[in-house]
Design a protein around this ligand. Structure first.
Ligand code: GDP
Ligand code: MG
Length: 162
């Protein structure tokens, strides 16, 4: 079986957009509002000649009710399945309580983590990405999943720990 790279994070941070960026096609469903149920979450992906399974955990989102619990639950299942976890945080919003909850799960798991500071569409937002050093997960990699900025470096980092 291929190594599993799980994309974890709270709703609306850009997980599916990142998946589409990696796949170079619009397969994962991007929603402006969180809370849409989708079935398909696993994709065959490749970067720099290495193949892996990409898991878009957004597929398990339900309604806004109990969303906090759901974020942690989804993350826990995905982390368990993963060989490498890509933890996506919205750098512009900054770390929220939900993000902190995921950080605790990641620490407990001991799995390798690549921290993606997403929505850094412009160099002006690099400082927002750097603020995520506070999460204690190592270097936050500034990415714009929407425009592709930094996504190659993030994938290189995934391969380094895969
Ligand atoms: P998910 O719930 O984590 O899967 O998030 P989505 O991929 O569905 O994206 C949620 C919203 O954030 C959508 O409106 C995306 O277009 C937007 N988004 C995702 N990545 C970026 C980014 O890099 N920059 C900006 N400005 N918006 C983004
Ligand atoms: Mg999604």
């Amino acid at each position: 079986p291929l190594p599993v790279v799980a994309i974890v994070g709270r709703p609306n941070v850009g997980k599916s957009t990142f998946v589409n960026r990696v796949l170079r096609r619009r397969e994962a469903v991007v929603e402006d509002t969180p809370g849409v149920t989708r079935d398909r979450v696993a994709y065959d992906a490749e970067w720099a000649g290495r193949r892996f399974t990409l898991l878009d955990t957004g597929g398990w989102e339900i309604g806004a009710e109990g969303i906090h619990l759901r974020v942690a639950e989804q993350a826990e299942v995905a982390i368990e399945m993963a060989d490498v976890v890509v933890f996506v945080v919205d750098a512009i919003v900054g770390a929220t309580d939900d993000d902190e909850a995921v950080v605790r799960l990641l620490r407990k798991s001991g799995k390798p983590v690549v921290l993606v500071a997403n929505k850094v569409d412009d160099q002006r937002f690099e400082a927002d990405a750097a603020a995520l050093w506070n999460l204690g997960l190592g270097e936050p990699l500034p990415v714009s999943a929407l425009h592709g900025r930094g996504s190659g470096d993030a994938l290189d980092a995934v391969l380094d720990v895969m």
